[in-house]
Write a protein that binds this ligand. Structure first.
Ligand SMILES: Nc1ncnc2c1ncn2[C@@H]1O[C@H](COP(=O)(O)OP(=O)(O)O)[C@@H](O)[C@H]1O
Ligand SMILES: [Mg+2]
Length: 422
């Protein structure tokens, strides 16, 4: 009996949905969620249908991104099976895709579902030995609303691995924070209390913000930065808004809350009486937050000694970690990373470069590396080799002053001795 393959017309959407409803119940059909189908159609999916005797008896669809397309199902009315409609639909779909510039089509089907034979007929090769990894995203819509309203982000999962060097700090953060939070049942079995509050201190540019983001990315928890400038909408409102923010974010199952420049929020009340309200608020709300598992408050400061001592006491902050300038190992790793994407002359010796960069922050290393690349670029424009030489790097290092001076480093060591609690 004759059938005809054509594009889905808007007037046929009702018939398409009825067909999907009909085949949903059949054991060998891939169940398709109707609302997913409608979303795909609205998003511009390619849908090809089979018409016979004036009725819509088969359909298939594909989503397109660039030169690739994905298809997930083939629906054929039970009375119209085994007449070549599956292969014809697949061919029709491929023709449409080809005209859209698609060069590769991936079809995902459970074994034994209708559509397998059509794919084989059309020369699709099954990929064996692959395992499908699936994950249900764990955020409720209400949580997403809270995260969005505070400008929070779900960060990429690989931020942590992009942190070069800093092995001491990474190990510390991994063992004392990430591991217990990631395995709370084991922690409770031994009686280890989960960390809820962490303060990172140290000179500017050493990676405190980067570590905070890396932590959230490693845990897979949303990251919300509370900016005092955004919180305080009016005079004297900071304390109240901070309380509201912490209370609302406390409703999330998991969250990393980050407050940068914490010294500005919680300076010693003696020297800054105007801030007493905020400090008093923090003294109440931090312990409250700590009582709710799954929340981590991370604060950062360049001036740990100016923070109100009451805020730093055990019971408020679980851990106080000094993040200093990179040591030699870390400098080597940072240079490796910064030079990684460059065309570097083989004589370049990272060891000896690292030794000359004491006090350099990761940003300084990157700046020096870019300065070296810029020298090589200028030379190449005038006919030279497009290669970064040891002399370029020497010049660049010479011109870059360390962000952490000797004096700042000594201050930092003294702060670590006085404040670090790990
Ligand atoms: N360990 C690291 N590896 C690579 N880049 C880093 C590292 N630490 C910091 N950076 C980079 O250095 C810059 C400054 O870091 P940041 O976290 O803002 O410092 P801080 O918050 O301590 O002032 C950022 O651009 C960051 O990407
Ligand atoms: Mg910072």
């Amino acid at each position: 009996m004759a059938f005809q393959i054509c594009d889905l017309q808007p007037t046929d959407i009702g018939a398409a949905i009825r067909l999907l409803e009909e085949v949903r119940q059949l054991p060998d059909s891939t169940p398709i969620e109707i609302d997913q189908f409608i979303t795909e159609v609205n998003d511009g999916a390619v849908v090809v249908v089979a018409l016979a005797e004036g009725a819509l008896v088969g359909l298939t669809s594909a989503r397109v991104a660039g030169d690739r397309a994905w298809t997930q199902f083939l629906a054929i009315s039970p009375e119209w099976r085994r007449r070549g409609i599956g292969s014809a639909l697949t061919t029709g779909l491929e023709n449409r895709l080809l005209h859209l510039g698609v060069r590769r089509v991936t079809a995902l089907l459970e074994p034994g579902r209708i559509g397998e034979q059509a794919l084989v007929n059309r020369g699709y090769v099954p990929t064996t030995g692959m395992v499908l990894y699936e994950k249900s995203l764990s955020f409720e819509p209400s949580e997403v609303r809270i995260i969005d309203s505070w400008g929070g982000q779900i960060l990429d999962t690989d931020l942590w691995s992009q942190l070069a060097g800093m092995e001491r700090e990474k190990l510390l953060i991994d063992q004392r924070i990430v591991a217990p939070l990631a395995d709370p049942s084991l922690a409770s079995e031994v009686g280890l209390r989960l960390p809820g509050t962490v303060l990172m201190f140290g000179p500017p540019g050493t990676g405190k913000t980067t570590f905070a983001r890396g932590l959230a990315s490693r845990l897979g928890w949303p990251f919300v930065e509370l900016l005092p400038s955004k919180l305080a909408s009016g005079e004297g409102r900071l304390a109240g808004e901070l309380r509201e923010a912490l209370a609302e974010l406390g409703h999330l199952e998991h969250v990393v809350i980050f407050i940068d420049e914490f010294d500005e929020i919680a300076p010693a009340r003696e020297s800054s009486p105007a801030s007493a309200g905020v400090v008093n608020e923090l003294l109440k709300s931090i312990p409250e937050l700590r009582r709710r598992p799954g929340k981590l408050l991370v604060c950062a400061t360049n001036f740990v000694e100016t923070i109100d001592p009451a805020v730093l006491r055990p019971g408020r902050f679980d851990l106080l970690i000094g993040i200093g300038p990179p040591d030699l190992d870390a400098l080597r790793a940072l240079w490796d990373q910064s030079l990684g994407g460059m065309n570097v002359h083989s004589e370049v010796d990272i060891e000896s470069i690292a030794e000359r960069c004491i006090g350099f922050t990761p940003g300084d290393v990157d700046l020096a590396a870019q300065r070296a690349a810029s020298l090589a670029f200028s030379r190449a424009r005038h006919g030279g080799d497009a290669v970064v030489t040891a002399a370029d790097i020497d010049d660049a290092v010479e011109r870059t002053s360390p962000s952490v001076t000797r004096e700042m480093y000594d201050t930092f060591r003294a702060e670590v001795a006085a404040f670090e609690r790990i």
